[in-house]
Write a protein that binds this ligand. Structure first.
Ligand SMILES: Nc1ncnc2c1ncn2[C@@H]1O[C@H](COP(=O)(O)OP(=O)(O)OP(=O)(O)O)[C@@H](O)[C@H]1O
Ligand SMILES: CC(=O)N[C@H]1[C@@H]2OC[C@@H](O2)[C@@H](O)[C@@H]1O[C@H](C)C(=O)O
Length: 374
């Protein structure tokens, strides 16, 4: 590994995330020493074509076989294209694409070849962030919380704050910045809140041939079907204590609950399910946060944001209100986590994934050789 990464000095790390929505690769630079965020740098995005999305969709939920191989090759190549325009970076954090996630069963699978990417980029690549956590009894997700802790410090928060990511799946981090170290009990609690945009996207695709309910245009005209909402909240997932995590398609059958409804009512009800899962999850916070900062694509949906504001009794704002970039927070998270992995710092703890002890998961692949984390 290059010297800049080994020393405690700040490094420029480039993070890349291919999320559960299968829209494309987000990439972002963070300058950090593995503790504090010193600066946010350039960002980039490489969309998947419709044909590529079909290859990824065909592999979802699979652990091996031709579809998985094809998806892995595509993900590696898309990342090479997404990351090569970036200038001088010391390290890459490569999340890859989650195809399957069953932490208490077969494990967790993020595809993409970090070794090949290290050769292409000429710098060390940290990848396979989740497997070690799962091997040690954790959920393997969410992993952004240690980064959220650093963000809370960066924005100067002095009261507890929640970060809510609304991608395909929703995840919430409660951060108390008054604790000095994120791994201390009480500093962080995190978990997936339930499905977020994935069921809406799936229904929009199957009924209307559209990838999403842009700006909540369809949900806006609909009425929420409370019976379906109650059935949804009766799912055992919501009674489970956190930490807990989900696979993208764990709630795919929810689309069936709204099968008889009009397009508008169905989308409104699926949107309300996302907000209701968050409201349910917020009850696990040790105390009410000063505000909920929303990141991920769901913050662009005014109907969803309004539902959250009605059901949560604290301010709900997009992360832009504190100067963060809600389209890039996950990519930035994996830049930050890569530095922590390379420096032997933990990336998850019992409060964030339920793991037995602190874990700094991940593989570090240097351009010429492959080896485990130091
Ligand atoms: N203008 C918009 N109006 C409504 N919904 C939107 C809008 N923009 C994005 N979204 C929703 O956000 C989704 C993308 O969110 P995001 O990019 O955060 O997901 P992801 O990172 O792939 O998922 P995850 O965080 O679960 O891995 C889209 O699929 C869509 O449902
Ligand atoms: C297994 C997996 O890829 N989980 C993702 C997914 O997308 C959102 C939610 O489910 C979260 O748990 C996680 O991603 C974020 C980046 C995380 O690990 O913090």
């Amino acid at each position: 590994m290059n010297k800049a990464v080994r020393k405690a000095a700040p490094v420029r790390a480039l993070g890349a995330m291919s999320g559960t929505s299968l829209d494309g690769v987000d990439a972002a630079v963070v300058e950090t020493d593995g503790h504090a965020i010193l600066e946010f740098g350039e960002t980039g995005y490489r969309a998947y074509s419709e044909a590529e999305r079909m290859v990824l969709r065909a592999a979802l939920g699979k652990w091996h076989g031709d579809e998985v191989e094809a998806a892995a090759a595509l993900v590696t190549e898309a990342h090479r294209e997404a990351l090569s325009p970036f200038g001088d970076v010391d390290l890459v954090g490569f999340h890859g694409q989650t195809l399957a996630h069953e932490p208490k069963g077969r494990g967790t699978l993020q595809v993409g070849d970090g070794t090949a990417l290290a050769q292409a980029m000429g710098v060390p690549v940290v990848w396979d962030f989740r497997s070690d956590d799962v091997r040690m009894g954790g959920e393997g997700a969410p992993l952004a919380p240690f980064f959220h802790f650093a963000c809370a410090k960066w924005i100067g928060a002095d009261e507890p704050v929640c970060f809510l990511n609304l991608g395909g799946v929703g995840n919430l981090t409660y951060v108390d910045p008054s604790f000095e170290r994120p791994e201390m009990p009480g500093a962080l609690l995190a978990f997936d809140t339930g499905p977020a945009n994935a069921p809406v996207d799936d229904l929009m695709q199957s009924r209307l041939g559209l990838p999403m309910d842009r700006d909540g245009a369809v949900a806006r005209g609909g009425t929420v079907e409370n019976g379906a909402l109650e059935l949804f909240l009766a799912e055992p997932f919501f009674a489970r204590m956190p930490p807990k995590s989900l696979d993208r398609n764990d709630f795919a059958e929810m689309v069936g609950l709204v099968g008889e409804l009009s397009d508008q009512d169905a989308v409104a009800t699926l949107t309300a399910m996302c907000a209701a899962g968050v409201a349910q999850g917020m009850e696990h916070c040790p105390k009410p946060p000063s505000r909920v900062l929303v990141t991920g694509g769901g913050r662009h949906n005014p109907v969803l944001m309004r539902m959250l504001r009605v059901s949560l009794d604290c301010p709900v704002e997009p992360v832009e209100s504190v100067g963060l970039d809600g389209d890039m927070l996950e990519a930035q998270a994996f830049a930050y986590l890569a530095v922590r992995v390379a420096r032997g710092l933990p990336t998850s703890c019992p409060g964030t994934t339920g793991v037995r002890a602190l874990v700094g998961g991940g593989i570090v692949s240097a351009p010429e050789t492959v080896r485990s984390r130091p």
